[in-house]
Write a protein that binds this ligand. Structure first.
Ligand code: F6P
Length: 408
């Protein structure tokens, strides 16, 4: 590793690779990692290279921008082969001095002195535009940079798929595949032992992973934050299945689903500007059901397996499109914009529009209605109710309007 250390006043710069004379684009990956980050880095680097730009990758999220400044010069050569790799070659963090998200929608102000020092780094390294790859917290920080005059653009990343203004964040599809694969495996063991299996998945305060994974993996019950549920309704579903000769049941529960009492199950409390850490609801549901029914109930927590490993083909394409489009935004000097997906197009919106609140599952959207139509239970009713048929007249009800489940 070639390390160049420059000391001027209190500024320490640890740079890896030689900066050339071409104009420069910066990139960093911030927040929880997810499959596809490296695909974005590679797409950005290759696109910039062919357009005559060099790319400077900052280390460990925003932290690499100051104190000390840590970067790596990226090239088509040193990013070769990373398309299929999980994680991020630049490192990432979802805590530290630049954490700007508290709870579901609160915003913490970043210390203005820190922002001034970031601006100085951008000037010192002659970065024409900085690409921030992150979820709503990191993009809230990017927005504050933009408000302070730092040239930034955003790329939406998160397995949770909870960012507004985009149909998909990359990483989501890979996480759903992980959930689906887990359900496929649980299916056979649940059937063999005639058990109820509870699978807890991530997703923060939204149920996107549980909903899509549940449909793809053929779950019988899906519990999500957007739909209230009761234990009695779950038991009614288990009973109904047994009456139809199905002596096992698969339940997917989103980590952010509310208990019937209304509370969240948390692993660690949010305090001092930290996000609350969700987790544990799977075991709570399992313990409760075990007391209420005469079947074995087992819990599996999928956890960070959903964030690890390489991206799916869908995420590779999406991440590549996002990376290439972000370079374009910088060259067009469309700062303060976030790349987004509006199938079949890739376009962009102001970051400010995307981060003011999270995008939740529409309980009347097509995915939920499809699941209900197939007999899946969300724990809110005791029996089957076909959403496509009006109860009185037995007529087909109107289809949900296009895109209502994406919020775009
Ligand atoms: O936002 C992505 C995510 O994986 C959430 O689904 C989850 O609640 C959280 O991050 C976990 O964060 P950590 O990696 O800090 O445990």
């Amino acid at each position: 590793m070639s390390v160049e250390i420059t000391e001027g006043g209190e500024v320490h710069i640890y740079g890896r690779g030689r900066l050339g004379s071409r104009p420069r684009i910066g990139i960093l990956t911030s927040g929880g990692d997810c499959p596809g980050l490296n695909a974005v880095i590679r797409a950005t680097t290759k696109t910039a290279y062919w357009l005559g730009y060099d790319v400077v990758g900052f280390r460990d999220g925003f932290e690499g921008l100051i104190d000390p400044i840590r970067y790596q010069v990226l090239s088509p050569r040193n990013t070769a082969g990373i398309l299929i790799q999980g994680g991020t070659i630049l490192g990432s963090t979802n805590k530290g001095r630049f954490a700007a998200r508290i709870g579901e929608s609160g915003r913490a102000e970043i210390d203005s002195k820190l922002i001034d020092r970031v601006a100085a780094t951008i000037d010192r390294l002659q970065i024409e535009g900085l690409i921030v790859v992150g979820g709503d917290g990191s993009l809230s920080t990017a927005l504050q940079f933009h408000e302070a005059g730092i040239p930034v653009v955003g790329v939406p990343k998160t397995i949770d798929n909870d960012l507004k203004c985009t149909a998909y964040t990359f990483g989501f599809n890979s996480a759903v595949l992980c959930c689906t694969d887990a359900l496929d495996r649980l299916h056979t063991t649940a059937a063999s032992h005639e058990r109820v299996m509870v699978l807890e998945v991530m997703g923060r305060h939204t149920g996107w992973i549980a909903l899509h994974g549940g449909i793809a993996g053929g779950a019988d019950v899906i519990l999500i934050p957007e739909i209230g549920w009761t234990y009695e309704n779950i038991l009614a579903k288990i009973k109904e299945r047994r009456e139809h000769g199905k002596n096992f049941t698969l339940i997917v529960v989103a980590e952010g689903a509310h208990l019937p009492s209304g509370g969240l199950v948390v692993d660690a409390d949010g305090s001092q500007n930290k996000q609350v850490r969700l987790g544990g609801i799977g075991q709570v549901v399992t313990d409760h059901l075990e007391q209420m029914c005469d079947q074995d109930v087992r819990c599996v927590v999928l956890g960070h397996l959903q964030r690890g490993g390489g991206p799916t083909t869908f995420d590779r394409v999406l991440a590549s499109e996002y990376g290439a489009h972000a370079v374009r935004l910088i060259i067009e000097r469309k700062f303060g914009q976030m790349v987004c997906s509006d199938p079949p197009d890739i376009c962009d919106v102001p970051i400010a529009d995307a981060v003011d609140q999270i995008r939740t599952v529409d309980p009347n959207g097509s995915a939920v209605q499809t699941a209900r139509a197939m007999g899946m239970c969300f724990g809110d009713t005791p029996g089957y109710q076909n959403p496509f048929v009006t109860t009185n007249e037995k007529r087909l009800s109107p289809l949900p309007k296009a895109r209502d489940s994406t919020g775009v």
